[in-house]
Write a protein that binds this ligand. Structure first.
Ligand code: F0G
Length: 354
């Protein structure tokens, strides 16, 4: 078997990169498609459920797929600085690939609402961190305004088409492993780049004859940050899932197209349902994700309860980011309560019995 060498090497013929774009990589992609045990058992309808666990990318989220392609493009056009607005994961990923490529990296973050692990990543990789008052949407708007005046700066948000190109490779991987597209693809929606990217990937694979059908794309916003579901910009989005705390998604149209063209839909799930799915994944499936990543699982439970998923359907759910990203939420829902003992066997035996 050929060793994995990253998504540019694996899918270069399906990416719009010029010949002079370097094949950079942190060996992103090739993430596992894990069959569900507990969700399968606890939901009715004998569903065939798989988790695309994107938390196992090099910086712990799906962003690496898009970032590596955006950086290959930035290097080809000799950009010296990259910029992004982020709820955290994009910043962590951009900072890592900037470090790898020798570019300067500036990240614009909504003040006070970035999960601690993500902030640590951006700082460790040497990004300049700029904190902006208000929600993510303010930071996104300012990033777009700045690059209009400073075109030499590479904007590496998913409004950059190369990001979408990289992220579409996850749909290729799912299809390659399953031998065809699933019936449904569930995932969280924030800035709406990822659902746009998956849909592009599935369509391209179908056009190339690699799959015989297309999945229905089903995306989930958090109920307190659900602009697409409500059909209006949310000026003060609120959710425990900080990664998707977004009131005016940049790829709004892309998400709506993915849902409507595929026969899917965009729904919303409450924070309570997100946190319940978050704990279920950790406790029952053995998979630690960050809260936003559990939105797809919360969504599947909700849509099954509403009778919208035919029995026997094959469902893929993308788990977008690793649980270690957000230690504050995890310790709130499951506070570690170690039992302190002396180094004496009798005490250990008592602790084991309790
Ligand atoms: N899940 C996680 C863990 C994310 O970090 C994001 C987005 C999403 C889901 C939603 O994906 O934006 O493509 O619809 N995070 C962005 C960021 C906004 O800045 O890291 P989307």
């Amino acid at each position: 078997m050929k060793p994995w060498s990253g998504i540019i090497a694996a899918y270069r013929d399906r990416l719009p990169l010029s010949d002079d774009a370097p094949s950079i990589t942190l060996l992103e992609g090739n993430t596992p498609l894990i069959p569900s045990v507990a969700l399968h058992e606890t939901l009715p309808g004998n569903l065939d459920i798989f988790f695309k666990y994107e938390g196992l990318n090099p910086t712990g989220s799906f962003k690496d797929r898009g970032m590596v392609v955006a950086f290959a493009r930035a290097l080809a056009r000799k950009a010296g600085i990259c910029l992004c607005a982020s709820t955290g994961n994009t910043a962590a990923s951009a900072a890592a690939y900037a470090a790898r490529s020798g570019l300067r990296c500036i990240v614009l973050l909504p003040e006070g609402s970035i999960a601690r692990g993500k902030l640590a990543q951006a700082a460790m990789h040497g990004a300049r961190i700029v904190s902006i008052a208000g929600p993510f949407d303010n930071a996104m708007r300012m990033a777009q305004e700045l690059v209009l005046e400073r075109p030499e700066i590479e904007l590496v948000n998913s409004v950059n088409p190369f990001r979408i190109e990289g992220q579409k490779t996850a749909a290729f991987e799912v299809s390659d492993v399953l031998g065809d597209a699933p019936d449904f693809h569930f995932l969280p929606v924030g800035n709406a780049g990822n659902i746009t990217a998956y849909w592009k990937g599935y369509r391209e694979y179908a056009q190339a004859g690699k799959i015989s059908r297309l999945p229905r794309m089903v995306g989930f916003e958090a109920a307190g940050a659900a602009p697409i579901v409500e059909g209006r910009i949310i000026s003060n989005p609120q959710t425990v899932a900080s990664a998707i705390r977004i009131g005016n998604p940049a790829s709004w149209k892309g998400a709506v197209c993915a849902a409507s063209e595929s026969g899917g839909w965009i729904g919303s799930v409450t924070d309570e349902a997100i946190l319940d799915a978050y704990q279920f994944l950790a406790r029952r499936e053995g998979i630690f994700v960050e809260p936003a990543s559990a939105a797809g699982v919360a969504g599947l439970r909700q849509e099954v309860a509403r009778g919208r998923i035919p029995p026997g359907s094959r469902v893929v759910i993308t788990l977008t980011g690793h649980g270690l990203k957000d230690p504050d939420i995890s310790t709130q829902v499951a506070a570690p309560q170690p039992i302190s003992i002396a180094p004496v066997l009798a005490e250990l035996q008592r602790a084991v019995e309790e």
